[in-house]
Write a protein of this length. Structure first.
Length: 557
């Protein structure tokens, strides 16, 4: 019935013309009136269809009144199951709205990069898996790609690494930030399974993977947490060593207004502050617990300040310290400390039972094991193990415990911004915005995008891979905001949209176009919230995409 409805519109016609005298194009168009003006709209480009199919369309439009009879008689038109369409189309449209498609360009490399982004959002994996994904999803129809394999995608990573700065600059120009002078920056690490990656090295492993090489990733975001730039460093690079790269990037590429860089404690220290000042930039960061104790000892701040909602101190040098205690965090730390003590007590009970059951067991060994466990739990400062014969017990040093509890939930934010430039509440809120960068790292490193395993060895391709993940996160960031009130996870929402498939229309056994299924109620709601409109018809692209190496041969080898 959809075919009847499509062709019984009286204003539909075939527009045929020769372009530049080189080739002939055929457009299925419709005319209509709007506000008294005659307008035309292209429904589908039929230029790829053979001449007999074009003739059939023209014949059908000349005999609209008898079209039903013609279709009943003509058995050469058949419908076949097509590829998944809804999820790919949604991701592509959101990427187009964000400026990603325009920043990448309309060339083949830009389209291959967009394919990698869509594949990363839908199903995380290697370049080989992205090629296989194109046989199940309408990637080629939407991106207008005819043939490619995994080698093309690996080469595309080289292109992305080479053009990353240009693409980031275009994105920055197309997406104005609500606060152009404020930037959030943080770093993380991602461990590697192999040892051959050119950027891999042993360093401070945030993933707690002992014996694993890693890479360090720095992410720069705007005040909304929208990613602007990503950079990959060698795995043994310290956090402070990455800040200079961001200062140079901000001054040369994202400047133009007074800049404030927000970074976590331990990242922006005295050398980085001096470098920021030399470029006329400001900073917002936090100080460590030993630094808080130093400020208390020299009288810059007092412990009573933490009992207030929020207070600040301005030194003679112009440095501001915003002082606050988070009662929720303090309660959490107290609960964690209690749980750790209970866990260690259970371990002591098990050691006591073992000593009672085994007369030759040594008390010194049991004490050493309990002490070692208390060190791992980070409670050894206020807890000791006491032995009374072969009976062990825990003794709490109340003075040391109170000293540890005194700083629960306490933190101090440091900045050189004046009160006229930003109030203490604004300084505090901007520092807390770093949680958006942390959320970006969790999204990129875990189930949503899975930056690891990396599957590449060369430095440029590693940078290209991480850049693909950042651009994919930009799409996820936008979709998460639009679907925030939908009672589904992002993965569940995309899976549901992936159920919207194409129906392939064949004439005389040859594909001529694809009809898009009508979404159900939930699919319609997801599309509306994502601000995406599905087309009715798309052109057909013939032939499957084949990987360079057959999977059966690879598995047998």
């Amino acid at each position: 019935m959809w075919l009847l409805r499509a062709y019984l519109i009286s204003t539909m016609y075939i527009d045929t013309s020769t372009v530049h005298g080189k080739y002939t194009r055929h457009l299925l168009r419709t005319s209509y009136r709007e506000n008294g003006d005659s307008k035309h709209r292209t429904i589908v480009n039929l230029s790829h269809c053979p001449d007999d199919v074009i003739a059939a369309f023209k014949l059908a439009l000349r005999h609209k009144d008898n079209l039903a009879e013609l279709i009943a008689i003509d058995e050469s038109i058949s419908l076949h199951q097509g590829r998944s369409f809804g999820a790919v189309w949604t991701i592509h449209q959101v990427a187009k709205e964000l400026g990603i498609v325009q920043a990448l360009g309309n060339g083949r490399d830009g389209k291959l990069a967009m394919l990698q982004i869509i594949a990363r959002v839908l199903e995380q994996g290697s370049r080989l898996s992205a090629v296989r994904l194109a046989n199940r999803h309408a990637l080629r129809e939407i991106l207008d790609l005819n043939s490619f394999n995994e080698d093309d995608l690996y080469a595309n990573l080289d292109w992305l690494a080479e053009n990353q700065a240009k693409i980031e600059n275009r994105l920055f120009a197309l997406n104005p930030s609500p606060d152009k002078g404020l930037y959030l920056y943080d770093v993380t690490s991602s461990y590697l399974e192999g040892t051959q990656n050119e950027l891999s090295a042993f360093g401070y492993n945030r993933d707690k993977k002992k014996g694993k090489r890693q890479i360090v990733i720095g992410l720069l975001c705007d005040s909304d947490g929208k990613p602007l730039s990503v950079e990959v460093f060698s795995g043994n690079t310290q956090d402070t060593q990455t800040v200079s790269h961001q200062i140079d990037k901000l001054s040369k590429r994202f400047g133009g207004v007074p800049i404030t860089l927000v970074g976590d404690r331990g990242m922006i220290k005295a050398p980085q502050i001096d470098e920021l000042a030399s470029f006329g930039m400001h900073y917002i960061t936090a100080i460590t617990k030993p630094q808080i104790k130093t400020l208390l000892s020299n009288g810059t701040i007092q412990m009573t300040m933490f009992d207030q909602a929020m207070t600040e101190v301005i030194t003679d040098e112009g440095t501001r310290y915003v002082v606050r205690r988070n009662p929720v965090r303090a309660a959490q730390l107290q609960s964690v400390r209690t749980d750790k003590l209970a866990s260690l007590q259970r371990f002591v009970d098990s050691r006591n039972k073992y000593l009672a059951d085994h007369s030759r067991a040594q008390v010194e060994v049991a004490v050493r094991k309990i002490t070692s466990k208390s060190v791992r739990l980070v409670i050894s400062d206020w807890l000791m193990v006491h032995a009374d014969g072969r009976q062990l017990s825990l003794q709490v040093n109340l003075e040391q415990l109170q000293e540890a509890e005194k700083f629960d939930g306490c933190y101090v934010i440091k900045t050189d911004l004046t009160p006229e430039q930003a109030s203490k509440e604004v300084v505090h809120d901007r520092y807390k915005d770093l949680s958006q960068v942390e959320w970006a790292f969790r999204t990129c490193k875990t189930t949503n995008l899975e930056v690891r395993p990396v599957f590449v060895r060369r430095a440029d391709r590693t940078r290209g891979h991480v850049f693909v993940v950042m651009l994919s996160y930009l799409v996820v960031w936008a979709l998460s905001r639009r679907w925030w009130d939908v009672e589904l996870t992002l993965e569940e929402s995309l899976d549901h949209l992936a159920g919207i498939e194409m129906v392939e229309v064949r004439a005389n056994g040859r594909p001529c176009c694809n009809k898009i299924m009508v979404p159900d109620e939930l699919g319609t709601r997801l599309l509306e919230k994502a601000k995406v409109i599905l087309p009715e018809i798309t052109p057909a692209i013939r032939g499957p995409v084949a990987t360079r190496k057959a999977m059966r041969k690879r598995r047998a080898s």
